[in-house]
Design a protein around this ligand. Structure first.
Ligand code: TXA
Ligand code: MG
Length: 357
């Protein structure tokens, strides 16, 4: 759930990031500490890893995560990689106890042999990781980058930084600080300049959350290298009939409760259905609906953002949808967000959730 303490963070980030050009700082002890401080304030910082530059946000701060999507102009909420700086930090973000014995052994062997390095593992997630980081999936992507500055930055901030590649949506991944500056320089707080990245392609993404290890994205760690540690891995795409991975096919959050979408004009005049849940975009449309429908003490009314703040709405989206889904209501009515900025990412997820059966 979106925390009141994060509202300050949103305001600081929006004011700061939209009134400044990103500060570019060469790697130094002071620069890394300043970047870590910025992250802890909810600001976004681009930093070098051994693969490509990442656009980092504190992985535990929902509002900062929402800013990542806004800044990248991603039309939907793709799950992000959570970066840690030590094997001991893994259990803070991933729930290893939820794995079966074989998967657990694979994780142990891979992290001993191939971490730090360009290998991202998909594992069951800990509840402390906001749904926005994982796009509502029950799994989290975790990576321990092999770059001293990235490791220091992670250690000096919250210990977990969510970071996609630091490019705008649809553009090439950045391998130099200048690439980041060209694409995102006017919208983030700081760029740590570590020169050209060594590997230049993104990490390999390996799914260990289902019973057969599977490469979801080839990258900086070769298949052979992984197979030398854990034996054969799959690379073919998932089949609907795969008994090992029910539910893994949908890369989106599918509520169990039927969700119907409505434009604002439609939503505010819906007759109240007693057993139904309602997800409003802002307080204005919720209040208009209350005046028109007089629902009394309706229990399942949720609002993405009281003031219609898009960042706040995005940060709350998965949490509130989960909440309604678990509430026991018979159906969910969801209001579409205005189709601007993060609104299209919210609408993309809403329509996928509505389409899912
Ligand atoms: O090298 C890298 O991996 C870089 C640096 C910055 O670490 N990061 C990066 O992030 O490439 P991004 O967001 O561009 O790519 C993340 C990939 C996507 O393909 C996404 O679908 C996948 O990881 N991913 C993340 N979480 C996942 C999950 N829970 N299940 C399946 N795939 C996931
Ligand atoms: Mg990318």
């Amino acid at each position: 759930m979106f925390k009141v303490s994060e509202i300050g963070g949103i305001l600081v980030s929006i004011m700061y990031e939209f009134t400044h050009q990103a500060e570019i700082r060469s790697l130094s002890d002071e620069a890394i500490s300043a970047a870590a401080k910025a992250l802890m304030k909810g600001l976004l910082v681009a930093f070098p890893t051994e693969t490509v530059y990442g656009l980092g946000a504190d992985a535990f701060n929902g509002a900062a995560l929402a800013r990542i999507f806004e800044v990248k102009e991603r039309p939907r909420f793709d799950p992000l990689i959570v970066h840690i700086a030590g094997i001991d930090a893994l259990e803070r973000v991933a729930d290893l106890a939820a794995l079966d014995q074989a998967a657990r052994e694979h994780v142990d062997a891979l992290i001993q042999r191939l971490w730090p390095g360009p290998l991202t593992l998909i594992l069951p997630k800990q509840p402390s990781i906001p749904d926005l980081a994982t796009a509502g999936l029950p799994t989290v992507a975790v990576r321990f980058p092999d770059h001293p500055a990235a490791q220091q930055l992670i250690r000096r901030s919250s210990g977990a930084i969510a970071a996609p590649s630091a490019n705008r949506f649809g553009c090439l991944s950045p391998t130099r600080a200048e690439h980041v500056q060209e694409q995102l320089g006017d919208r983030i707080a700081m760029i740590l300049d570590g020169g050209r990245t060594g590997i230049g392609v993104e990490s390999t993404v390996l799914d260990l959350s289902s019973c057969r290890p599977r490469i979801l994205r080839p990258g900086g760690t070769s298949r052979e290298c992984i197979e030398a540690v854990i034996g054969a891995v799959h690379t073919e795409s998932l089949q609907l009939s795969d008994p090992c991975s029910p539910g893994q096919l949908k890369s989106h959050y599918a509520p169990r409760t039927v969700l119907t979408l409505h434009h604002r004009e439609e939503m505010i005049v819906l007759p109240y259905g007693e057993s139904e849940g309602y997800l409003f975009f802002d307080g204005k449309s919720r209040d208009a609906w209350y005046r028109a429908s007089k629902p009394g003490d309706a229990p399942w009314i949720r609002t993405l953002s009281e003031t219609g703040n898009m960042t706040e709405a995005a940060a709350n989206f998965f949490d509130l949808l989960h909440e309604l889904d678990k509430s026991g209501c018979s159906a969910i009515r969801g209001e579409q967000a205005p189709e601007e900025g993060l609104g299209s990412a919210i609408n993309d997820r809403l329509s996928r959730a509505a389409a899912a059966k």
